[in-house]
Design a binder for this molecule. Sequence first.
Ligand SMILES: Nc1ncnc2c1ncn2[C@@H]1O[C@H](COP(=O)(O)OP(=O)(O)OP(=O)(O)O)[C@@H](O)[C@H]1O
Length: 337
Amino acid sequence: MSHTATMTESSGNSRQPEYAVEAHGLTKKYGGNLALQGVSFAVQRGTVFGVIGPNGAGKTTTMRTLLDIIRPTSGHAMVLGVDSRNAGPELRRRIGFLPGELILEGRISGRRLLQHYADISGPVAKGRIEELAERLNLDLKRPVRKLSKGNKQKLGIIQAFMHQPDLLVLDEPTSGLDPLMQQEFLNLVKEARDGGQSVFLSSHVISEIQQAADEVAILRDGKIVRIAGVEELRNSAIRHLRIVCTGVTASELQERLAAVSGLGSLEFKTSDDPAAVEATATLEGEIQPFVQAASTLELKDLVIEEPDLEESVLKLYTAPDQPAPGEPAPRQEKHHD
Ligand SMILES: Nc1ncnc2c1ncn2[C@@H]1O[C@H](COP(=O)(O)OP(=O)(O)OP(=O)(O)O)[C@@H](O)[C@H]1O
């Protein structure tokens, strides 16, 4: 595999990498424990890429590898066009990192701490720290050690965003934030993306990924089980439906719908109308085959609910590794070269 990043011409003479991050077969072993097992993905520049997965899936390990805090056992990553193993201070300044476990102690005020970070990270526009603190409702005068968990998290977010880095790497960024602040954080992410910055974030919260990310990777046991656009994931998600019809018995209804792909088993209910048959079921994937089959019935009522992204992601957390025969293989890696 090539160790050079894919480059595209941008305006002027400079060549910019097409991908802000490219992970190529990252593996990480801790003794006998395989924390990462060949993780590959690519984050297109100017987009938000979310990683979601259960505890211990390898999200933090992936991030630490990208930042060269730890070295992969095998594989490599390109970050802003540079091999992460060659990451020097210059590359670090172009990255805003919010670690998952933020340890902030000391008597100094939030403002002093941020100024100290600004000396390391490079120039911060005048008034930027105050603007972010105001938006996140954080008192910069308070000593850091006296801040609550949520307020420490806000300081962490400010230090990651303040110098408007090309890439933001954010590990569980909203942990400890109240819903209003979570929303403000999501606004910051959208603004960063709209300004051309790239964002790589991890989360446990599916709704947050759904709101913030363009693309999402689902990580489980150190492996990526699926990478998809949020819309694509939603379209393949599970929907709940309810059907009420006349002119058929329960078993005839079952027979008529038996061939519909993605339809779960029908659960029959007692209908208000004694002449009608009522059933509920789940539907996965395309709705067209079901709608077609349903159109041949004497429908009294049909409800197809909004797809439930959460349910479908949770299913992927526990789904078997290999796709069932006849099903398309999950998309694991984007084209890089
Ligand atoms: N320093 C370490 N030494 C040994 N094992 C480790 C170390 N760091 C992580 N692991 C193991 O690697 C696996 C992945 O951990 P990681 O922290 O990357 O998961 P995560 O997806 O970030 O989980 P969480 O959502 O709980 O933060 C886990 O099994 C964890 O126990």
